[in-house]
Write a new protein. Sequence first.
Length: 386
Amino acid sequence: MAHSTELNIQQAIDDSKFSLFHWTLIILGFLILAIDGFDTAAMGYIAPSVAKDWGIVKQDLGPVLSAALLGLSLGALVAGPISDRIGRKRVLVFSCLFFGLSSLATAYAGSLNSLTLWRFLTGLGLGAAMPNAITLISEYAPQRCRSLAINTMYCGFPLGAAGGGAISSWLIPAYGWHSVLLLGAIAPLVLTVLLILFLPESVKYMVNRGKDAIKIKRIAQRFVSQNLDNVTRFYLYEEKLAQSKTSVGLLFTRPYLTGTLMLWLTYFMGLVIYYVLLSWMPILMQGLGYQLEQSAILTSLFTFGGTLGILVAGWLMDRWNAHKVVSSGFVITALLIVAMATEDSHIVLLGTFIFLMGITMNGAQSGLQTLAATFYPTHSRATGIA
């Protein structure tokens, strides 16, 4: 290394020891996804209280619950190409600030129309945050443990959503449903400051975009054990491929076209199933006669199970065929949904089905993110994951 003037940054990442630097990234990413999960699930938890407070039927909240899902989809689609152009950190900082302010405005919405609008705008920020957090950690994690690193960070999402259920069951009776949204606004605004201070830009992105080698070296030296003083140029084997296409165009050319279509279709269908379950489950549980606290606990089982499922899926994907791990998760989820639909009178059995469904559904859905992160080159990775 002492006489070297060039360094393959991907090789340096893969050879690096998993250090405090990597754990800092995972913790920051975990916090992003935890707050993302909390804010995403918040409307489902407060919906019964909003309906009661405003004197409307629960079905009237359908557009409000759907607005965030639409915003999530659009936010991810728009933020991916932007991130591939201006960087992961900038998009993450802006998205956290944006959905924090939008959630703050949602807390003071006075009508269904304004509530729907602000939930849509909140969804835009939420949708932009998750894929970019996954992209960033995938570009720093060594290949030998990349799936587990991504999925460990991804645990923040179901834990945040589950924590939202527990916190909501305490906040709503004491302070009203507005307090849940206020908490969902304060947390990302505080996190925005932490991201500005401690989150590094992706060195793979910086190399791919031809950024200053001195800035790249300053970050790389934090996870590379060797001295990099003599390194004057960093490179990626992907560079020639990346320069020939735009980040969007590359997804629809060989050898990526078939994989892109399959990943996007599967992820979209999984996302719809996930958010329908997460958003409507509290309302459905109350429709079956369960109290607010019971409904919140049953719904939180889905997300607590998801934490275990995500970790197990990441561990399995680093060791076995990742595609089979993901597809098996979706098949088992379908069977559990059918089982849950036939059982509504025994709360323990129903809770067991929900918990197991959380394991398989979250494991499969997070696995798709990991597959996408390892499938696409740096030039279009954020776009592909989004």
